[in-house]
Design a protein around this ligand. Sequence first.
Ligand SMILES: *Cc1c(COP(=O)(O)O)cnc(C)c1O
Length: 363
Amino acid sequence: MDQIYNFSAGPAVLPKEVLQQAREEMLDWHGSGMSVMEMSHRGKEFMSIAAKTESDFRELIGIPENYKVLFLQGGASSQFSMVPMNLLRGKIKADYINTGQWSTKAIEEADRYCTINVAASSADTNFTYVPAQDKWQLDPEAAYIHYTSNETIGGVEFHWVPEIDSHNGIPLVVDMSSDILSRPLDITRFGLIYAGAQKNLGPAGLTLVVVREDLLGKPLPGTPTLYNYQIHAQNDSMYNTPPTYAMYITGLVFTWLKNKGGLVAMENTNITKANLLYDLLDDNDFYHCPVAKADRSLMNVPFTLKNSALDEKFLRQTSNNGLIQLKGHRSVGGMRASIYNAMPVEGVAKLVAFMKEFANQHA
Ligand SMILES: *Cc1c(COP(=O)(O)O)cnc(C)c1O
């Protein structure tokens, strides 16, 4: 099989080494005679996998003791309701920053449980930038402040963490589904972070939540058991069956990240890859990237061809060259190259070389 580079936004590319190891261990994990898929989640084999997955994750980020790590299901979308259900804690308002389609979805869902103050929005340009913090109109009575660190569809990413120390101790909550573990992270700046695994961590089916302990224990009346963070925290994410195989693969990805040098090394590689693409987009007026330079995502690079009549040809030819899943999100059209941790530099270099050639041929 020829080398394929998969630019899908999610479920997305996984490290080859991880898939190879999973293949080797598929029928018999470490002499247990079982596939990980066949193990009881309460058996000693899987308990050891779960413990290592959590400790590697804690080590990669540097998560202090007073934060719980939860391994949940339901996708990041279920967090859109789980966050207000658990973090309102008797308050009735929440601040949201709207930088695109995922923020908008989070707002729509939370609106069922509380009064939303959209403290800042970039809807005025159809979401091509991150509003500067000095323009935010935060509500002093908000229960929490929510933002989306990387808009997977629009390609808009925060390259800074909001400064809210002076803000009455109101916790910062972030949807990091598509950029978690792409760079170092100071978890103490946040009350809660969440991420679906299928973008930058592992397979679909696992949702990671990291939450500061003191925020737990005051869910809205009527909160379903499985939507209560505290229940999961008290039961080490084993109140019911966790997504065992997805946790195992994600654990292998954590080991892979550690072997690669951790999050600092990852960030450097991610910057190298993104620069290759953005430099081409800026140097060549055959292509266009709509996102403000300072807020361009290192993970998802949306772009259009000046002549959209060539879109189909571009997609056909990239695909024939082993560069797949480049079609933009159905809502925005054009192209999108997702270049998560597991995308090697060579994949981006090959795409850039193809794009130069394609532009020359059609200029
Ligand atoms: C993909 C994505 C989601 C939704 O994730 P699901 O797992 O499909 O629920 C939410 N937020 C962001 C930023 C995403 O990229």
